[in-house]
Design a binder for this molecule. Structure first.
Ligand SMILES: Cc1ncc(COP(=O)(O)O)c(C=O)c1O
Length: 287
């Protein structure tokens, strides 16, 4: 995989990036991040991702990051590597300080890391055609999931459990059985011809793809509702799909080994995949 990094403004191969052991991102997960898809060399939904990054930085009180400059660095790095089908990752940490103390250091300069890597959509494109299986897993995360923080251990463990079960994702549920979102995706379900998803005010990440799909569903004359889905309700839904920056609109055909609806990608999911693809094509057709 080809990957080019930009560490505090300096472009270098990703393998050459060195970060201090005293960096608070490394020690405490005191950091936030973003992942953005690049189609034909052009970052997709870039404004929305930078706006969410600004909100995450504000929420954890990392100040002094020049996001206009950071965006320029991203573009310089894409240009330097002549990336076409790719994605970029941004991570901002609170920086380095000595000695190790939990409270914010009086003086620390945020570390600004970006990298751009080639992205092969082939395997995901195949999953988009066939649909994937998921498991359900307890949601063991903290109460600030609206912040895109690098504290991802609960997500990592849930996703690992999915992989060990031969599945693509884990749908997370609260102690009362309410499903929230997935380990690195948002989810929607279809019931009585309406597309439903967990309310944005709940303790979930405000997915950029989720917001786009909500808008596209309206445009495609599909009724949209926010609501709650519990594990007990799963046998009664018609369709379920995941959304995310690289997965786009990904049909789920099995949950915990049981078929969703008829066990194949459903018509509403297919329709939304179509309008999603159209939105990307329209974006790429713009000068
Ligand atoms: C917990 C969680 N929910 C949802 C998403 C999807 O968000 P987006 O559509 O912005 O990629 C992600 C992406 O990383 C995530 O980590």
């Amino acid at each position: 995989m080809r990957a080019l990094a930009n560490l505090n403004g300096q472009i270098m191969p990703l393998e050459e990036v060195k970060v201090s052991a005293l960096d608070r991102g490394f020690l405490f997960g005191d950091a936030v991040y973003e992942v953005v898809r690049i189609y034909q060399g052009r970052p997709w939904l870039e404004d929305e991702h930078f706006q969410r990054l600004a909100r995450s930085l504000e929420a954890i009180r990392i100040h002094g990051v020049d996001l206009v400059r950071l965006r320029r660095r991203v573009h310089d790095t894409i240009e330097a590597g002549q990336f076409r089908e790719a994605m970029f990752y941004i991570q901002i940490t609170r920086g380095t300080s000595m000695p190790r103390r939990h409270a914010f250091p009086k003086q620390a300069t945020p570390l600004e890391l970006v990298w751009v890597e080639d992205y092969d959509d082939g395997p995901t494109a195949e999953s988009r055609r066939s649909g994937v299986g998921v498991i359900t897993h307890p949601d063991l995360r903290w109460h600030r999931c609206g912040i895109k923080s690098t504290n991802l251990l609960a997500n990592v463990l849930a996703n690992q459990a999915a992989h060990e079960a031969g599945c693509a994702e884990a749908l997370l549920y609260l102690p009362d059985g309410t499903l929230t979102e997935a380990s690195h995706s948002s989810f929607f379900w279809v019931q009585h011809d309406a597309v439903c998803t967990t309310p944005g005010r709940d303790n979930i990440l405000p997915g950029i793809t989720r917001a786009l799909v909500l808008g596209l569903a309206g445009r495609a004359n599909v009724t949209v509702r926010e609501g709650h889905l519990r594990r007990d309700d799963l046998p009664r839904i018609d369709e379920l799909f995941l959304t995310g920056t690289t997965s786009e609109v990904l049909p789920v055909v099995q949950i915990d080994g049981k078929p969703v609806g008829r066990g194949e990608p459903g018509p509403v999911t297919r329709k939304l995949q179509e309008v999603y693809g159209q939105a990307v094509r329209e974006f790429l057709a713009r000068p």
